[in-house]
Structure formats: C-alpha cells, structure tokens
Design a protein around this ligand. Structure first.
Ligand code: GLC
Length: 622
C-alpha cells in the first residue's frame, strides 16, 4: 500500500506543536509495518538551514493557482524507511516562523495545490493521501476537482486527520478563486462554506473518504457543541466515516533507561536514578532539596484550553499541601503574569520558567513525581504519556486523549495509572491532587506500584500505525497486510497471530492484546496499556503482526480501557497470583484512610476554595 502523508510540520525538521511529533513518528511506523510511505511538507527556511546538505534536488514545476503561475521545487531525503519530500518556494517559506503570517491562506493554499500537482514527480502514485489539519485540508478538495477532469485522480483515497478542531482555516469567501483557484460552486453548494466564511477544514471533512481524530474520546466529543467549535453538525453528519486513533509516543526516544538528556538513567525495576533526577531538578529550578516532598509539574503552552484557570483559582490551596510546584511554558500574558507573581509568594516551593525549553522539559519529566494536566479539552495530548513513561504520575481531567490514556487509580483493587477528575471544576481538581499527594506521602509502596503501572503502559506507535493501516485498507478495499505476508509471518511469529485473533475494538483493548504480561494478574487485567520493558525494545515483532480487518466504522469510539479483554484473561491464567491478595488488602486499607483524609479536608478546601477562588479571580484574569 502506498501512502502519501501531507503535513505542515514534522520532527525533526520543523515543529510548533504535537502535529510535528505525530508526523515525525507515524510515517516511519507505517513503513515498518510494510507500507510504502512518503511524507510531503514545505521547505521552510529552518529545514534548509539544518538539513540543506542532506537534501537531494529532484525537479521543479509550476503550479497554477488563480491567476498565478508559481514556481515549485521538489527536494527529497531518505530517512527511517520513508521518503521525505519538501516543496520549495522561497517567497512563501523562507521565513523565520512557520505560521502567523498575513498570507498563511495563500501559503497553504499553494502547498495543498502543489502537493496534487507534484504527484507526477513523486516516486509512486499513492493509494492514500493522509492530510492533516487545515493547512493541507484543500488536498481532498483539489483531488476531487481534478478528478472530474482526469480519471487517474479518482483512484486516490483521502484521509483527513484532525489534531485540533479549533483551527479551521477560515477566510472571506471572496478569495476563493483568487487565492485558491477554485470555482464558486464549492461555496454555492456549501462544501466550503460555514457561518458565512470559507472554511477549509469543513471542505476536507466533507470530501475525505475517512476522517479521524487523535483519540477515540475526542472523536465522540467532536459531535458536541462544547468541543466542536461550531462543527458539531458536520461531525454528526460524517459520523459514519469518523474514528479516533490514539497517538503514540516514540518509545525509544522517551526511554528513561537510555535517555542521555536526563541526569541519570532508571527503569521501573530500579528507580534509584529517579531520585537523582529529582534532586538535580530541584537544584536547577531553585526548589528546596527535599527528597520526600512530591514535585507537581506542568509543562504546557500557557493558554486557556489547557485548564489553567482551574490552577489559578486554587493555587493557594494547592500550595497549602506539602508539595513543590514547577511550571514550564509560555503563552498568554495573563497566565504568565499570574504564575510569575505566584512563584514569588512561595520561594523554594514554587518555580515558574516562562520558556519553551526541550531540555528542561526532559529534566522535569524525569525529576517530578506528579504531572498536572487539567485541560478543558485535549484532542490527544502527548506530555501525559511522556510523563508516565518517566514515572511521573499524571493528574488529568477526563477529556479527549487524557481520558483514553490515563486509567484512574483505584486503591481498593490496585489498578490505575494516574488520577483523574471529570468536571471542569477547581474543587474537583484539588480533591484528586490532595489524594495523590497523600498517597505519595503516606503510602509510598502503593504509590510506587501505581508509578510502575504508569511506566509500563504501551504508547508505542506500532499500535496506532496498525489502526491507520486498517482505515487505509477499508477505504481502498485493499487487503492489509497482503495475504502472502500474512501467512509467512504467521509461521514466523506465532505470538503475532494470537494478537490478530483478539477482537479489535478500542485501541486500548488492542494494546492489551499486543501484550504478554508478566506482572501480578490482579493489577494487569485492569491496565490494558501495560507492557514489559522487553517488549518495548522488541517493537518489531509486535508491529508486524497481521492486523485484523475490522472496518473503520466498527471501531467503537470512546470506549474505556477494557478490563476483560481476552489477552488480559490469558495473562491472568499464565501468571500465578501470589502476592496479589495481600497487596490488594493493603491498598484497600490505604484507600480507606486516604478517602477519610480527603473527605475530611475536601469540605474544608471547598470552603476555602470558594473564598479564595473569588478573591483571586481578579488577579488571574488580568
Ligand atoms: C494537537 C492537539 C494535541 C495532540 C496533537 C497531536 O496539538 O492539541 O492534543 O496531541 O495535536 O495530535
């Protein structure tokens, strides 16, 4: 199967957000599973500067867009089994920033048009074009436009991946012909029209053969006005072709056992290095060197949908707890001002770094104990997965990918990988922060087991890539994996066959199927994301497993991790339950005590919160 992945950014070439991480990891993972994959993106100035000497000039052509006849160069580079193509036009892309220019519409209109035009010059004619977000949203529209005149375009199937529906590419309909070279019919029939605006994302949602978002929960949330930024009716209309595929993370890049960016390596089996990272972090950001005080961390763009208002409301209540708080990120002025001011109130206990700093973020993931992500909405979120991988237990609001990646801790039966709360309420957030802090302080052994479960989750791209290939197979009608490979692989890797036989529903369940379990059964059955470290490094066999052929539509959306998955049951049989009962007992006891404590203090806090929340409102809002 030949896949062309169209993106406006990709690691390691250029990055402004999570899309770049996905575009940098998913294509190589698809290639590892046997697909032929090329990625195409603009040749920004920063790519030329960093990778210029590795690029091969392929050819150039001209793109006709409206009244313009525009030069387009094509460069390429081979890396990780993928051909990376770069489209060159200095006027559009030789600039410091990727986005935020007044002619972004024209720049990405050109990009999408040029992708279609340059298909003739690529190493293959794709079966599937997977575009991403509004910047490449016109690709499915242009393909339909061209397909009317030229039969060969009709063979290409398209997928749109929505990473964040907030950004839709909205313009005045007046520019349709001039900027995008499209006929007025596209607006007249409503395909590109939304609330009186030209809306590129809407066009792609309607024209693409399949639409997916980056988590199952976000896919279902997009049918609700609260999350959909006015697109709910379109998403409902397209629900038959809509699915959610959870992103992964690069499990090799983010591996505390081997990561050279952190102070000392460690693993779930030997956590001594984590303590070294903690002290190093405390020194680095000016926190008191207290090994037993839990560090609560937040690494985020400081913008409203990250749920920062909740933190502003109850910051002082949070700081009444025996914690240290470290915040890294920059963004809206009001949050920067508030956090800068707050840090001054708690010297040695609260540190705020208003910066975007990859190196410091790694020090935080490795050195902190708890990771806070109270997002109002979160299509997937990557940092909670990175935090978990480094044994920093997440505290998240149950939305989008946060809900799909963090299983709530239940002391009484020893399951879960983090702490969660459902309502967008500062009181509820504070309640679970308190629960987490006291579990850390009073029941270190229970906390350690929770931490270990978080570290062993399977967030590998192999799982997501299989889901994408399933979507591609459904829309093209192609068999995947091809049957001859299927049979040869089956003889080579019996464990892979077992995986394929497991019923495929939610990604979480699939992840459970991919895992052979070596942990106590009681905990395992409840943690479908878990895997052993051995399996992480041996990613290959798992990736090559024949994927079951469930059609896209049948992938249930927003399913909670499934506890009774067949894989988990098998594991339970395989693993003798020796220490489980006593652990459970212990944890139940701990739960009872913590619950008591939290309930006692919750009433107190809610009172305090309301009082302080009101009085602080003015400060936070400024
Ligand atoms: C966007 C979303 C984020 C997601 C990322 C990658 O940045 O806001 O939740 O993880 O895209 O898909």
């Amino acid at each position: 199967m030949k896949i062309l992945y169209v993106t406006s950014e990709a690691v390691p070439f250029c990055k402004t957000g999570g899309l770049a991480d996905v575009a940098g990891s998913l294509p190589p993972s698809l290639a590892k599973q046997g697909a032929e994959v090329a990625v195409i993106l603009p040749l920004y100035q920063m790519v030329k500067e960093k990778f210029g000497d590795q690029l091969t000039f392929e050819c150039f052509d001209y793109v006709d867009l409206g009244w313009r006849h525009i030069y387009c160069g094509l460069f390429s580079l081979e890396r990780d089994g993928v051909t990376w193509y770069f489209l060159d036009n200095e006027r559009y892309y030789s600039r410091g920033e990727l986005y935020g220019h007044s002619d972004d519409g024209e720049r990405f209109g050109f990009f999408s048009r040029a992708v279609v035009k340059m298909l003739d010059h690529l190493k293959f004619w794709p079966d599937v074009v997977n575009c991403n977000d509004w910047q490449s949203a016109l690709v499915p529209v242009y393909l339909k436009d061209d397909g009317v005149r030229d039969e060969r375009y009709r063979s290409i199937k398209t997928v749109l991946t929505i990473h964040n529906i907030e950004y839709q590419g909205r313009y005045n309909p007046y520019v349709l012909g001039d900027l995008f070279g499209l006929d007025a019919g596209w607006v007249k029939d409503g395909t590109l029209l939304m609330d009186g605006d030209l809306n590129l994302l809407k066009g792609a949602i309607l024209c693409a053969d399949a639409v997916n978002t980056v988590s199952p929960t976000y896919a279902s949330e997009l049918k609700m006005p609260y999350f959909a930024h006015r697109m709910e009716s379109i998403m409902q209309q397209c629900s038959e072709k809509l699915s959610g595929v959870l992103n992964g993370i690069d499990m090799r890049l983010y591996d505390p056992r081997t990561d050279s960016r952190i102070a000392e390596n460690y693993s779930a089996e030997d956590m001594t290095g984590k303590a070294v990272n903690k002290i190093t972090l405390q020194k680095r950001v000016g926190l008191r060197e207290e090994p037993d005080t839990p560090i609560l961390a937040l690494v985020s763009r400081l913008v409203s949908h990250k749920g920062l208002d909740l933190i502003c409301e109850v910051l002082h209540d949070m700081m009444d707890l025996p914690i240290q708080l470290v915040i890294l990120g920059k963004g809206d002025q009001k949050y920067e001002d508030f956090f800068r001011w707050a840090a001054q109130q708690y010297p040695g206990r609260m540190s705020v770094q208003l910066d975007y700093n990859e190196d410091l973020s790694m020090a935080i993931y490795a050195g902190a104990d708890l990771y806070l992500m109270p997002s109002k909405s979160e299509p997937c979120g990557l940092s909670q997965m990175i935090a978990m991988r480094y044994g920093t237990v997440p505290i998240v609001r149950e939305t989008g990918g946060l809900k799909d990646t963090v299983q709530p801790h239940e002391s009484w039966r020893g399951v879960g990988t983090g702490f969660t709360f459902a309502n967008y309420s500062s009181g509820d957030m504070l309640y679970v922060i308190r629960e987490a802090v006291y579990l850390y302080k009073d029941y270190p052994d229970v906390f350690e087991r929770l931490r270990e479960r978080a570290m062993k989750c399977d967030f590998s791209w192999a799982r997501s890539a299989r889901e994408y290939l399933r979507i591609y197979a459904t829309i093209t009608g192609m068999e995947w994996p091809p049957s001859h490979e299927n049979s040869s692989r089956a003889t080579e890797q019996p464990e892979a066959v077992e995986e394929a036989e497991a019923p495929v529903t939610a990604p979480a369940e699939e992840a459970a199927a991919a895992i052979s379990v070596k942990e106590p059964a009681v905990e395992e059955t409840a943690s479908p994301f878990e895997e052993t470290s051995a399996e992480v490094s041996a990613e290959e066999p798992v990736e090559e497993a024949p994927a079951a052929e469930a059609p896209v539509k049948e992938t249930p959306v927003a399913e909670a991790p499934v506890e009774e998955s067949p894989a988990a049951e098998t594991s339970a049989e395989e693993t003798p339950v020796t220490e489980a009962p006593s652990e459970t007992e212990k944890e139940a006891k701990a739960a009872k005590k913590t619950a008591k404590k939290t309930t006692k203090t919750a009433t107190k806090t809610t009172k305090k919160t309301t009082k302080k929340g009101t009085s602080k409102k003015g400060t936070a809002g400024k």
